[in-house]
Write a protein that binds this ligand. Structure first.
Ligand code: ZN
Length: 277
């Protein structure tokens, strides 16, 4: 795998900017057909028929801005009304916002301070009934929204549409239900040549630790799919190449904001620190 060649290449790619129909994030696309959202991994077609309504778009923008500022209470306040949405793509996007807020809260806890310290009190996950911004509560909210997205698609019998099939697939992936993921991947692969198949196979293979990862990575790196760089980093991390992992993740962060890459960077740093002891 020519990792440094792919890293140099990422500097030169010219991207167009699309908008995610699930979470309203800006998505960099090098492929004229479409790309995958860096925040939630939804497929963003350049000629998307599926558009988010403007009130949902405003709510997501407010939630993303508040998250970047570390203002979790405002982020939750902005996103909460969308829990009642009838759009399965929006429900999936809401789930992802909660998931990122949960990680943010979790990593923001300073265990050295002890639970009685005031600055930790609002992050303690054993008091979830008292505080809406704690990690476990947010994670269960995230899962609830993913299930709601799957349920809405099943109820409307939209499972045959490849974008809805992909939405179920990626929701199950975030729920870490790999048996369901595998079944849905088979369904997608039966429908050959949908724009999401190469990415779905890559995401599943890397997460499930399967073979052929390099063969699946190359075509997506070749067309400049930024999320494929995340899977390259994950692939290197699984092979204990922590310096390669960090190089790829730093390069990603020079181009875009990607919470799942931040999360992997934290893990790589923790492992590096532990092995240096
Ligand atoms: Zn998105």
């Amino acid at each position: 795998m020519d990792v440094s060649g792919y890293l140099k290449r990422l500097d030169k790619i010219k991207f167009s900017e699309e908008t995610c129909p699930s979470c309203n994030s800006a998505v960099l696309s090098a492929n004229p057909a479409g790309a995958f959202c860096h925040f939630c991994e939804m497929y963003v077609a350049s000629d998307a028929e599926h558009k988010m309504d403007s009130s949902a778009a405003t709510a997501f923008t407010a939630a993303h801005e508040a998250t970047i500022k570390g203002d979790l209470v405002s982020a939750i306040g902005a996103i909460a009304p969308l829990e009642a949405s009838a759009d399965p793509l929006v429900l999936y996007g809401v789930g992802n916002v909660y998931m990122v807020l949960s990680d943010y809260t979790y990593h923001g806890v300073n265990y050295a301070l002890g639970g009685f310290m005031y600055s930790n009190a609002d992050k303690r996950n054993d008091e979830y009934n008292k505080n809406s911004s704690n990690s476990m509560h947010l994670l269960s909210k995230a899962k609830e929204m993913m299930y709601a997205s799957i349920f809405t698609i099943n109820k409307a019998a939209k499972g045959d549409d490849w974008l809805y099939l992909y939405t179920k697939f990626i929701s199950e992936m975030k729920l870490k239900r790999l048996a369901h993921v595998h079944l849905l991947l088979n369904e997608l692969n039966k429908q050959r040549q949908t724009p999401v198949n190469p990415y779905s196979n890559l995401a599943y293979t890397i997460r499930a630790g399967g073979k052929n990862a390099e063969k699946l990575l190359r075509p997506l790196l070749d067309i400049g799919e930024i999320n494929a760089y995340y899977y390259l980093a994950k692939y290197l991390a699984d092979r204990n190449d922590l310096s390669g992992t960090q190089k790829v993740l730093i390069k990603i962060s020079s181009r875009t904001r990607m919470p799942m890459a931040d999360d992997l960077m934290l893990k790589a740093k923790e492992i590096s620190a532990a092995t240096a002891l």
